[in-house]
Design a protein around this ligand. Structure first.
Ligand code: BG6
Length: 504
């Protein structure tokens, strides 16, 4: 579940008033009483409604098995909004206006009996854009799509959004894609990875392809290694049943981290059109050096947190968090990946993600090579340049440079950043990732969603790692909650003469 970092304010809504309204639409959120809907999807729709982007004749229908009335559902989503979203200028008036769009349908997707009732709530003229958002376990995706088809609810204007995880390996993802594909054509399927909705992740494209400076250096000749970190300080508590079967590789690497890797390593696409972009990402995924039983122990580290302290507060171990007696699930994974192509051959790409680490921090670090020869003589170290792209929190781009420290006392070099901090430059509200993605679904823009072959290519690489772990019986290494991860991960990089950045 994504954390809320939405800074909402009345003035911020007004400041961002360049919003172009989308066409009227209706959205059915399956899993409408679930965590994702209550914490993220409904608040995102509310924010875009306040921004004037959602027309008043749109409909938002929460659907789930619970037998709730519309009024009970409205109370539930308001409670959730007030609990999870820090909105200092919450307006009852706006919320009430938003609620006029909201309805609720009790639908048990495992039976046939409720589809007609759902159909009653949908636009009879079939003119509205119709979105089905499946925020439910993927094992139910096939049932839902079949149910929609048999009840005649999936008309030509309709599209489906598939929430992750999309399966637990290549085969299960393939089954899901087949089942969904029987009802919705590929261009009506929106496979979501909410990281792609983050402002700073989209900025990777602008940074790389909107500036001429980086491209000549963006290759094996100038880059020593790349580090991609997505560290979280929260634990896995509350989601144990899902998380323990998944682990960090499936939960984070197969999707979010590989997406970051693709955007960092891919060639320039011809345009930002969906297929131009996705084609370039797929090429990167297919070029990833396979990890097998022969090299898995040198190239990966699995970790699990034990008790420790996060932000000065004691934090329990993973087993206590998820209330299990034993588990070998990894809550941390570090991988030494490589992309086998002319641009990147031999450049280590270190990726890591973990729960209950010392801080919440997502960052891409491009470590450049040292200057070929120092003119400053021995005893004056010249640090290589480093580009740090901070995705969250404190969004920023820092280019670390060597400069001369002013003053008497001989020549001294200092390493300082050219600092492009978002907070210093932008005052608009940062929309939650889901806001943009939901509006893109309505607009029919697939650029920030995954194509079937893209998801499958990511699974093929991850399956290699999962199978290798099984084959060599690679166990988790333990790390204290609130640390930077297991020592084994430091040793993995030390062997290459590198080290991880500190997470703080
Ligand atoms: C989700 C994962 O996809 O992303 C969670 O399932 C993780 O385990 C979350 O906590 C992180 O998202 P964000 O937006 O909070 O960085």
């Amino acid at each position: 579940m994504a954390n809320s970092n939405t800074k909402t304010s009345e003035s911020a809504h007004e400041a961002g008033s360049t919003f172009v309204p989308v066409e009227p639409f209706e959205i059915v959120v399956f899993g409408g009483t679930g965590d994702l809907a209550r914490r993220k999807l409904i608040p995102s729709l509310y924010h875009r409604f306040c921004d004037g982007q959602i027309p008043k004749d749109s409909k938002i229908i929460g659907a789930s098995r619970s037998k709730l009335t519309r009024d009970e559902y409205l109370i539930m989503i308001k409670d959730a909004y007030q609990t999870f979203v820090k909105d200092e200028t919450f307006s009852e008036k706006k919320w009430d206006a938003f609620c006029k769009l909201v309805d609720y349908a009790a639908v048990d997707v495992t039976t046939d009996k409720d589809w007609a009732g759902l159909g009653e709530k949908l636009d009879k003229s079939q003119k509205l854009i119709r979105v089905f958002y499946l925020a439910m376990p993927p094992a139910l995706f096939s049932n839902i799509c079949q149910g929609l088809k048999s009840a005649g609810l999936a008309h030509k204007q309709s599209r489906v959004v598939l929430e992750k995880p999309l399966g637990h390996d290549f085969n299960s993802a393939d089954d899901i894609n087949e089942a969904v594909g029987k009802v919705f054509s590929e261009k009506r399927i929106y496979r979501i990875d909410h990281f792609l909705g983050k402002e700073t992740v989209q900025n990777l494209l602008v940074l790389r392809f909107g500036n001429v400076l980086l491209e000549p250096l963006w290759n094996r000749d100038s880059i020593e290694h790349i580090e991609i970190t997505v560290a979280e300080s929260i634990g896995a508590g509350g989601r144990g049943a899902y998380y323990d079967k998944s682990g960090a590789l499936r939960d984070m690497v197969q999707n979010h981290l590989l997406q970051l890797l693709c955007l960092t390593m891919m060639e320039a696409p011809g345009s930002t059109d969906a297929d131009d972009l996705r084609l370039e990402k797929i090429k990167v995924l297919r070029a990833l050096a396979p990890i097998t039983a022969e090299n898995v122990e040198e190239t990966t580290v699995r970790g699990q947190y034990v008790k420790g302290k996060v932000d000065g507060e004691s934090a329990p171990d993973y087993l206590t968090d998820v209330d299990f007696e034993e588990s070998d699930a990894e809550t941390y994974v570090a991988i030494h990946a490589e992309v086998n192509n002319w641009r990147w051959a031999g450049v280590p790409i270190y990726i890591r993600t973990g729960k209950r680490m010392s801080a919440r921090r997502s960052e891409i670090i491009v470590q450049f090579k040292p200057v070929p020869h120092s003119i400053f003589g021995q005893g004056i170290p010249v640090n290589p340049n480093k580009l740090v792209i901070r995705l969250q929190p404190d969004e920023a781009v820092n280019l670390w440079m060597e400069i001369k420290e002013p003053g008497a006392g001989g020549l001294r070099l200092k390493t300082l950043p050219l600092n492009l901090a978002y907070a210093d430059n932008f005052t608009v509200r940062y929309p939650d990732a889901y806001e943009r993605l939901l509006m893109d679904v309505v607009r029919g823009n697939l650029s920030l969603f995954m194509r079937r072959d893209e998801v499958e290519a990511a699974w093929i690489w991850c399956d290699g790692i999962l199978n290798a772990w099984k084959e060599v019986d690679q166990k988790v290494s333990y790390y204290p909650a609130g640390s930077n991860g297991p020592d084994a991960a430091d040793r993995m990089l030390a062997k290459q003469g590198h080290d991880w950045s500190e997470i703080k």
